[in-house]
Ligand binder design. Structure first.
Ligand SMILES: Cc1ncc(COP(=O)(O)O)c(C=O)c1O
Length: 388
């Protein structure tokens, strides 16, 4: 007999598309992958070196469940350098990726009788983990007309006395949208009226912003006793496969988060923690280089998509995705995804994988070369032309 909650688990269809693209590639088809959300760069050499050195030096045992103290101190220092706020290391937990922070948050704040507010379109694992916990997920829409930024008053209007958690994500997956500081200020000011609500700020893309100042909810002192920060190394340092991230938890939750980690994975593998420390302490030029490439490619793909019949696309404010409106093409979002991959060899993700508001959109990642992006959009142009 299976626990009934298991049937409530969703998935991240980007992994399904990745597997299908790999299978088609192995069968000899020429595939351009604009599907999965990972940088196409290699992890910078000095980070790889630190991981290898740690292994050679014998750092292959368990570490403290919360992570190496020196790494947690580096996270606190990084927050101080970038945002002028030094969170107490006691509240910093190192985990295997950003995802465990969201799952832990849902396990601790979800459950029957609770409501959790989540963006639509949004990262699909939010919804999955909420459903698994038994809580009710309440979506708030992110619309193209507002640059896919959340509307503070709209979010606040959905809070009830059952709301345990509000999830915010800026820069956002899948849209590349950024919530402006003024909107965030308004949200934080008014959330004071709802002291029973915790906030999960998913800041995994906070280093990847193009034309605005990075913004962290760490900089709002009035919510620190009910704020969970999710961040990590995956996107910033091209370290998706190393599996490491961190949560900064409010004091009231940190011991529970640690207890869940001990139950679930004990600790993050030691060499990865050493590599992550080298990433934070080393030269940050590598981040600048990747950011410059993502900015250029974001503009490139936006321009090319806007030249396609029936497609319009906003330039992303950050991250490495565009969320193109394809509602004036003959395809639904799912058809667009399927035909683009199966017949034209372009992997992209249907907007509906991110929620109901994603119908009429597809997500394309710019984590690929200029040449590959240009060729992919040429293929999509053919696909649209041949359908009419
Ligand atoms: C918004 C968002 N949060 C969290 C994650 C998870 O990151 P990680 O690979 O470090 O678990 C992702 C990955 O795609 C993401 O897009």
């Amino acid at each position: 007999m299976i626990n009934a909650s298991a049937h409530n688990l969703g998935t991240e269809s980007a992994f399904g598309v990745l597997a299908r693209a790999a299978a088609l590639g192995a069968a000899g088809k020429d595939i351009i992958n604009l599907g999965i959300g990972q940088p196409d760069f290699r992890t910078p050499d000095h980070i790889v070196e630190a991981g290898m050195k740690a292994l050679r030096d014998g750092a292959h045992g368990y570490t403290p469940s919360m992570g190496l103290m020196s790494l947690r101190e580096s996270v606190a220092e990084d927050a101080f350098q970038r945002y002028g706020v030094r969170p107490d290391v006691k509240r910093i937990q190192i985990v295997p990726g950003g995802k465990p922070v969201m799952f832990t948050a849902m396990m601790l704040l979800g459950g029957p009788g609770h409501e959790i507010l989540t963006p639509d379109p949004g990262f699909p694992i939010y919804q999955s983990a909420i459903n698994y916990s038994g809580a009710k997920s309440v979506s708030y829409g992110l619309v193209e007309e507002k640059g896919f930024a959340f509307d503070a008053e709209d979010v606040l209007s959905k809070i009830t006395d059952k709301t345990s958690l509000v999830i915010v994500n800026s820069p956002a997956n899948p849209t590349g949208g950024i919530t402006p500081r003024a909107e965030m200020d308004q949200f934080i000011k008014r959330i004071a009226d709802f002291p029973h609500v915790t906030i999960l700020s998913d800041e995994i893309y906070d280093r990847l912003v193009f034309d605005t100042e990075p913004l962290s909810l760490l900089t709002y002192p009035e919510i620190q006793d009910r704020l969970i920060i999710l961040n990590g190394w995956s996107k910033t340092y091209a370290m998706t496969g190393w599996r490491i991230g961190y949560g900064i938890w409010p004091e009231k939750l940190i011991d529970f988060a640690d207890r869940l980690a001990v139950n679930f994975h004990s600790c993050v593998n030691a060499p990865t923690q050493h590599a992550a420390e080298a990433a934070l302490k080393g030269d940050q030029y590598c981040v600048e280089e990747m950011l410059t490439a993502f900015r250029r490619r974001g503009r490139l793909i936006t321009g090319l998509l806007n030249g396609l019949d029936g497609v319009r696309c906003q330039a992303p404010g950050g991250a490495f995705y565009v969320f193109a409106n394809i509602s004036n093409t003959p395809f639904s979002s799912q058809q667009f995804q399927d035909i683009a991959l199966e017949e034209y060899g372009v992997a992209c993700i249907s907007g509906t994988s991110f929620g109901g508001f994603g119908e009429g959109y597809v997500r394309l990642s710019c984590a690929n070369s200029d040449e590959a992006i240009t060729e992919a959009i040429n293929r999509l142009a053919k696909m649209i032309a041949q359908s009419s």
